[in-house]
Design a binder for this molecule. Structure first.
Ligand code: MG
Length: 443
């Protein structure tokens, strides 16, 4: 067998063929893999964290620099409530771990970085790990000269259908908001009466008068919320029609048995999904909930570990998996979750609020485009400052999210402009929510 025939059998692209055929002496002097893959070997030279806050949430973006001058990748490691812990995990631990390692072997790097802390699956380390992993996918796309969704097999749809957020302290405010979202082109709207749990409906004396907790702690009783929520659906169906798809986030603020009653009551209004009806600590309650109601269930915003999502998916206990991608530990992890979920008829609804960087939103949207079992995408509004810091951020038109078609995730960061927006003074933690007697409410 001559050299040309031997190389033909390797299934190389034209670049690999050229590298292998045109410079046989040089190729022979490199390793077999380097000579045949058609891409020059590249090493990670630095992993660092960039912090910025152009729109109030505390964003952490990982930049992975490589041995090719000017080639870098960006990943989202945003954990708004503990951002500085993530920065430490990136700069003190992941950077020295990753330096000198091969840029191309994303899965190998993920597996070894994942176990490099020995203890794993926690939110801080998962965010740091996701920043590295996502940045490597960005680099992979840039090296292939393709958007990342192309690396996953290409588009299953032209753009990602989104839902908008509507809320109002009373039915009229909420109705006006839903109608404006419909006018903007959204077919899916999430409706909330006030903040999560409609705490403004809880009235009368409480822990505050008794001097329990701090003055800034808020209150949420179950009963006013449980009474108002079906009425809210009734009002919006009556005034906004049957065409619009309605979503609602319980935000795990009620007892599991109360969630069963609420979802049964909401069935008649045909919700698109009800989100986080139970806290992650109550995962074992899902079989009971599932047997009682046909309301579609979205779950998983707070999940960090496969132990939390695998059972719910494989036992078909939920309809939408709703993880926050950086909390799962990576774009690679989310891609695997989507693949697992496809076989169990569970659709995606990646968490996409303001406390995800535009890099993270782009990653959400690239997955949305490429997976068959896409469900819906939470939409976001970027302000001018955000667009100034993150050129190439995804855009929303008539209720659909579009990615920038540049290679990789298509989003860049202007580091000088990012410095103009330091973190706010408040460290970002969630403040206590309490029942009338002061009992802590999750979350
Ligand atoms: Mg939520």
């Amino acid at each position: 067998m001559n050299r040309r025939d031997a190389i033909k059998g390797l299934g190389l692209g034209s670049a690999g063929m050229m590298a292998a055929m045109m410079k046989p002496n040089e190729a022979m002097s490199q390793s077999y893999a380097d000579a045949t893959r058609g891409l020059a070997p590249l090493k990670i030279t630095k992993v660092r964290a960039i912090t910025t806050s152009p729109q109030s949430p505390r964003l952490v973006v990982v930049k992975v620099e490589t041995s090719e001058p000017g080639l870098y990748g960006l990943g989202c490691a945003t954990y708004n409530q503990r951002p500085l812990s993530v920065v430490t995990a990136i700069e003190e631990y992941l950077d020295p771990f990753a330096r000198g390692r091969d840029v191309d072997n994303i899965e190998d790097l993920w597996q070894n970085a994942y176990t490099s802390s020995y203890w794993r699956n926690g939110p801080v380390l998962n965010n740091a790990l996701c920043g590295l992993d996502m940045a490597l996918w960005d680099i992979k796309g840039k090296r292939a000269n393709m958007p990342v969704y192309q690396l996953l097999g290409g588009k299953c749809r032209f753009a990602a259908d989104c839902y908008a957020h509507s809320s109002g302290r009373d039915f009229q405010q909420l109705e006006d908001s839903v109608k404006s979202k419909i006018e903007q082109g959204f077919r899916h709207v999430r409706i909330q009466l006030g903040g999560y749990g409609s705490g403004h409906l809880s009235k009368g004396e409480s822990f505050k008068e008794a001097g329990f907790g701090l003055a800034g702690d808020s209150r949420m009783d179950s009963r006013p919320y449980l009474k108002a929520t079906p009425k809210m659906f009734e009002h919006i169906r009556a005034t906004c029609g049957d065409e619009v798809e309605l979503l609602h986030d319980v935000h795990e603020r009620i007892e599991p048995i109360e969630a069963v009653g609420l979802l049964k009551e909401l069935e008649q209004y045909r919700p698109f999904f009800i989100e986080d009806p139970l806290a992650p600590e109550s995962n074992d309650f899902f079989p009971i909930l599932r047997r009682q109601t046909s309301v579609p269930i979205a779950m998983g915003e707070l999940f960090n570990s496969p132990h939390e999502w695998v059972g719910l998916i494989t036992q078909r206990l939920i309809d939408f998996i709703r993880v926050h991608i950086s909390q799962t530990g990576g774009f690679s992890v989310a891609r695997k979750i989507a693949t697992l979920a496809e076989f169990f008829d569970v659709r995606s609804a990646w968490h996409g609020p303001g406390d995800v960087s535009p890099v993270g939103h782009a990653a959400n949207a690239h997955l949305d485009l490429a997976i068959r079992n896409f469900g819906i995408q939470e939409s976001v509004n970027f302000n001018e400052a955000m667009l100034e810091v993150f050129p190439g951020a995804p855009t929303i038109k008539k209720g659909f999210m579009y990615v920038n078609e540049a290679p990789g995730f298509g989003v860049d960061i202007d580091e000088e402009k990012a410095k103009k927006y330091p973190f706010p003074e408040h460290p970002g933690y969630w403040s206590p929510v309490r029942r009338r007697d002061g009992t802590a409410v999750r979350p």
